[in-house]
Ligand binder design. Structure first.
Ligand code: SF4
Ligand code: SF4
Length: 667
């Protein structure tokens, strides 16, 4: 199904909305008594240390298990793990097995493999069982059937088991649990995973349903666990066990924690490597192994919560962490999967072990670029400002006002069918003549091509504050447009050109946080460029220079949208919102003000369905405030939000924070 199919599935949308809102409401409440940041730091430290010790930890665990007479098998890859399980099952003449808490078995496609070998694997976790009987993949790390509405579950159960169940949730759960219970009568073999295991051989399983205990009571027990789950000792394991329910489901504690050295029956442990050892030595990507499989990044991801883990997925794993784990396992379709990411950084902010997910995804995109002729042509023109300047001249003749192209197919391709396209400038704004100064304005492509008024507002604010500001003549785009589209070579070229220009200034201010974030964070790693100039976003730079006497509030109903890169990347967006709250008596908070508007440059063309859905949700939230003015601090957000509101005829003025400052500043 194409992404539009997921976006237009009302049941799916309701289910995703419930997942997100329930999780964040609960998490907000828990934040009042639990220090998430502290536990994130602790988890990161524990995991980093154990990744460094992966080899010795694995060896210690193997030795310790052997000392306890436990059968332990080290599986280098998925095939070895599959074979090891099959051998054990064949030795017991097994025709079926029960399973619980075994996400790692999805990575090795165990159920399908066993089926091919005549063995049925029955899932006993409710969500896993539902997706299994629906013949679907699990779509969430901790809530595999979250994409299913109760109506869908009712239909599924009625059809599969010839029932006449209502959509009463208790009835559906009870029926399912009774069905699952039957499987325990068919077998005496259980397969399970482990959330964390200490290297002396103590296994921990965190769960909510109570079925794990039944699986563990079998005569034969097989535990399949990735070697990244090994920690030094029980104290470390307990810290992760304590954090997991708070991170995964925003519960203070989980209903069950099973902790054991050896279940009652025969015990086989399969330690799965499948790329983990190699990854642990990879400086760029080893952080992937820090993951504790909490699924919080999935709940926070605007793409995941728009199309679900059925669309934003690889072969085994879904969502932000899914991209990283698919890189680990060498999933062939990783390029396309990674390109679903629009770079909002919500995953980075929430990650329970502080994995820089977004920047790792960018690196993956660079290794597996997806080419498209139109997109590549646009990006090429951004990398070369001589071509860009020529294009602006042509475009400005073509578009006399905010308009569409007038060709249905092209308008649909570029997304002009749901948002108005801004009128291009007559010439690139960065050609504006200004006096020489050691403070430079890096206007960015959006301002250079479309928003010269914003550039002029910025110069005007500087004049009013007696700041001598010089417009930087850009040799190229900052490179973000290319880098976010997997064109690393072109991004590095742009970085080299832009950095040599920026080096001429002591301070550089930015109207587009995306440019600043790219130069600030990515130049060093991408091209080894460490700039000496101080980089600041124009809005907060000016705020520091303003005193209250100089301002005259607009006294209008105003609301504020956080640009992703300013909020989560540069971390200066909150101060802009606080300023508005203080100065504007009619300020009204925007619901989901931190949620991406869905622009992300060419993403809004390549993944139009997702982009459109995100801006629809943003516009609904804006309309609900009844504000006259929406302020934000990113030209990209303005293009998306203003374009959509105009297209819909919604009368809300959209302003950059710098333009707002120009309005309220006297002089
Ligand atoms: S950066 Fe945003 S869109 Fe990309 S994976 Fe993370 S949360 Fe999802
Ligand atoms: S990447 Fe981070 S947030 Fe996502 S599942 Fe792993 S630990 Fe949790």
């Amino acid at each position: 199904m194409k992404e539009e199919g997921f976006v237009n599935d009302k049941f799916l949308q309701d289910a995703l909305f419930r997942l997100e809102t329930n999780y964040f409401e609960k998490r907000k409440r828990l934040e009042t008594i639990f220090d998430y940041e502290l536990y994130k730091n602790i988890t990161q430290k524990i995991k980093q240390k154990n990744i460094n010790d992966l080899k010795t930890n694995t060896q210690s665990l193997i030795e310790n298990l052997k000392k306890k007479d436990i059968d332990v098998i080290f599986a280098e890859n998925a095939y070895q793990a599959q074979d090891a399980v099959l051998k054990i099952l064949q030795n017991h003449d097994a025709k079926c097995v029960v399973k619980s808490k075994s996400l790692t078995t999805e990575e090795i496609h165990l159920n399908e493999f066993l089926k091919q070998n005549g063995i049925d694997a029955y899932e006993t976790d409710l969500g896993e069982w539902l997706v299994q009987i629906a013949n679907q993949p699990s779509s969430h790390m901790t809530a595999p059937a979250i994409h299913m509405s109760k109506e869908k579950i009712r239909n599924l159960l009625n059809e599969k088991f010839s029932q006449n169940l209502s959509d009463d949730l208790d009835e559906l759960v009870q029926f399912s649990k009774n069905k699952i219970r039957e499987y325990f009568d068919y077998t005496h073999i259980g397969i399970f995973g482990s959330n964390v295991v200490s290297k002396d051989g103590v296994f921990f399983i965190v769960s909510n349903e109570g079925n794990v205990e039944k699986v563990l009571l079998n005569d034969v027990n097989i535990c399949i666990v990735g070697i990244d789950k090994i920690v030094s000792d029980i104290q470390e394991a307990l810290l992760i066990v304590d954090f997991l329910p708070k991170a995964a489901t925003a519960q203070l504690s989980t209903s069950y924690v099973d902790c054991f050295e050896k279940p009652f029956g025969e015990f086989h442990v399969i330690l799965l490597d499948n790329g983990r050892s190699k990854l642990s030595k990879n400086d760029e990507f080893s952080e992937i192994l820090q993951c504790i499989r909490c699924g919080a990044c999935q709940n926070a991801c605007c793409v995941y919560t728009t199309v679900s883990g059925l669309a934003f997925r690889g072969d085994a794993y879904a969502g932000p962490i899914g991209v990283l784990l698919s890189y680990l396992t060498g999933y062939k379709g990783i390029g396309e999967f990674a390109n679903f990411c629009l770079g909002c950084m919500a995953c980075d902010s929430i990650c329970s072990s502080k994995i820089p997910i977004q920047s790792l995804i960018l690196k993956i995109k660079s290794q597996y670029p997806i080419n498209s002729i139109i997109k590549d042509k646009i990006l090429d023109s951004l990398s070369n400002y001589s071509i860009l300047r020529f294009s602006i001249k042509i475009l400005s003749r073509f578009f006399k006002k905010e308009t569409k192209l007038g060709f249905k197919a092209l308008d649909e391709y570029f997304g002009f069918d749901f948002r108005a396209f801004p009128k291009p400038n007559k010439k690139s704004f960065d050609l504006t003549k200004t006096q020489k100064s050691n403070i430079g304005l890096f206007a960015g492509c959006s301002v250079n091509i479309f928003y010269e008024d914003l550039g002029k507002d910025c110069l005007e604010v500087a004049r009013k504050l007696n700041i001598n500001l010089s417009v930087i003549k850009q040799p190229a785009c900052c490179g973000a447009a290319c880098y976010y589209n997997g064109k690393q070579f072109e991004a590095i070229n742009s970085a080299k050109k832009v950095s040599s220009t920026i080096e001429n200034y002591d301070e550089v201010i930015f109207l587009d946080p995306h440019c600043q974030h790219m130069i600030d964070r990515d130049y060093s790693e991408l091209a080894g460029i460490d700039l000496e100039a101080s980089l600041q976003d124009a809005s907060s730079y000016f705020l520091k220079k303003i005193n209250e006497v100089q301002i005259k509030p607009m006294n209008k109903k105003i609301t504020y949208h956080h640009p992703c890169h300013l909020l989560r990347g540069l971390k200066t967006s909150l101060e802009l919102e606080t300023f508005l709250q203080t100065v504007e008596s009619q300020f009204v908070a925007l619901n989901e003000s931190d949620k991406c508007c869905g622009f992300a440059g060419s993403y809004s063309i390549m993944h139009k369905g997702i982009s459109k859905k995100l801006i629809e949700r943003k516009a609904q939230n804006i309309t609900n405030t009844q504000a006259e003015i929406l302020i934000t601090a990113c030209p990209g957000c303005i293009m998306q939000i203003d374009g959509y509101l105009k297209n819909k005829g919604i009368n809300v003025k959209v302003m950059h924070f710098v333009s707002y400052l120009n309005t309220i500043l006297g002089g």
